[in-house]
Write a protein that binds this ligand. Structure first.
Ligand SMILES: [Zn+2]
Length: 442
């Protein structure tokens, strides 16, 4: 099964119907309609969008916008404990510092970090995230406990380059088998990057993904250093080399892709690869310039936004990512028209879903899709005045995560009145503080 056609396993969705009443709905459907409408949810799916719909339960969204849940295309949720650990360093120094901490990580602190990351994402309107780490089973537990949706990649490196116990490919295999049928977790294989994975490891990852009908996620052409080192070693830049060994296909979503030529963009398009653009992380680590997103979009490569981990961002709020993305590209090209508010919102919703191969299931408010939604307070001072004519613009340029009031994932209300429903937030915070103190020897 190609990842472009997969469906999520149905969860224990609320059989009862729920109507979200009186909201201003940014559908992100093919016409990008913004409607004053009710949204009916049944069995975890969007059943109807229209006027005066009745359902067993009602959620009043007066004074609110109803938007598709945001999709964060690249991150390392468990690194939420590592804010400020490696600031103001170039990528190579950054990796040295973060790998040193990573090597000390335990399953307990990965779980505590992932709980904190999931909490931060949910409260700021993200309903799906793509992740790469080890102990990814602990991240999966955090996903199931908090109620967010996770495309979770077990990090794979060469056996002699990893601090994981056992072979990373075997660990990934076990992880995928365990979480394959979870309604909220889509397990996948995540090679760290060409600098940590040999041809054999990469092809092993590809076979494993094929065997399980799973996706692939990796860091790719993030810095000039990565590209040049690989060229020195193999005679080819990473993308051409990956195509040459037969690794590229439509299961893959690649993070960063900053250092790309137009030919490499065409290779990505030809092979159906999706891209996670992480503008804040790239700028903070001074990866060099701004990824050629306008060219990727023009050539038809699906591009979504990602925050990357908390050590390199240091914030998982996708609204911040949207605004920075727009400003970075405008400033970089000396062209205010290079990317508009609608395109920015697309890259956090429907295009993001496309970039991770989930556009049939999520990314827009359309009949039949999974009910993953965020309800945003548009009466807050920073959002007023909001009406149908400027909603998209306000979402891209004025909104912050704290404006999100409620969040629904798979038809279930997981955040209500800015509070997580399924889990005690104070407990998550306390455990995160405790594990961070241990991990960072504070
Ligand atoms: Zn990353």
């Amino acid at each position: 099964m190609s990842p472009r056609t997969f469906i999520y396993h149905p969860g224990d969705a609320v059989a009862m119907s729920l109507v979200i009443k009186n909201g201003l709905v940014a559908t992100q459907d093919p016409k990008r309609d913004v409607l004053r409408a009710d949204v009916l949810i049944e069995d975890g799916r969007i059943a109807a969008i229209g006027k005066s719909i009745k359902g067993a339960k009602t959620l009043d969204a007066s004074g609110c916008a109803v938007i598709p849940g945001l999709v964060n295309c690249h991150g390392h949720a468990a690194m939420a404990l590592m804010k400020g650990v490696a600031d103001d360093l170039n990528l190579e120094q950054f990796l040295g510092r973060t790998f040193a901490v990573d090597a000390r990580r335990t399953r307990q602190d990965v779980r505590a970090g992932a709980m904190l990351g999931c909490l931060e994402m949910l409260l700021s309107g993200t309903t799906t995230f793509m992740d790469m780490y080890y102990h990814e089973d602990a991240v999966a537990e955090a996903v199931e406990a908090t109620g967010i949706r996770g495309h979770l990649g077990w990090a794979v490196l060469d056996d002699d380059k990893t601090t994981q116990k056992g072979s990373p490919l075997k660990n990934a295999d076990r992880f995928i088998s365990r979480f394959k049928s979870s309604p909220l977790v889509r397990p996948l294989v995540a090679p760290q990057g060409v600098y940590a994975c040999s041809e054999e490891t990469l092809l092993g990852a590809r076979s494993l993904a094929e065997e399980h009908g799973a996706g692939l996620h990796m860091h790719l052409q993030e810095t000039r250093y990565e590209v040049h080192e690989h060229e020195k070693k193999t005679g080819k830049r990473p993308i051409a080399w990956l195509e040459g060994i037969g690794f590229l296909n439509d299961r893959l979503s690649a993070a960063h892709c900053v250092w790309l030529t137009i030919n490499e963009i065409r290779i990505l398009k030809k092979n159906g690869v999706g891209v996670a653009h992480c503008p804040v992380s790239n700028a903070k680590l001074a990866s060099g310039g701004i990824a050629p997103v306008p060219e990727m979009r023009r050539e038809g490569v699906p591009v979504g936004l990602g925050t990357d981990g908390s050590a390199s961002n240091n914030c998982l709020d996708m609204f911040q990512e949207m605004k920075f993305c727009a400003l970075a590209h405008k400033a970089h090209r000396w062209d205010a028209t290079v990317m508009n508010a609608q395109e920015i919102l697309d890259m956090a919703t429907i295009d993001a879903a496309r970039a991770i191969g989930a556009e049939r299931a999520i990314g827009s408010i359309e009949r039949g899709k999974r009910a993953d939604l965020a309800i945003v307070d548009i009466t807050a001072p920073n959002m007023a005045p909001t009406h149908s004519g400027n909603l998209v613009s306000n979402l891209a340029y004025s909104c912050i995560g704290a404006n999100v009031r409620d969040v629904i994932v798979d038809g279930k209300v997981v955040v209500r009145g800015r509070a997580l429903k399924a889990f005690d937030e104070a407990k998550i915070m306390k455990e995160a503080e405790r594990q961070a103190r241990k991990l960072l020897a504070l």
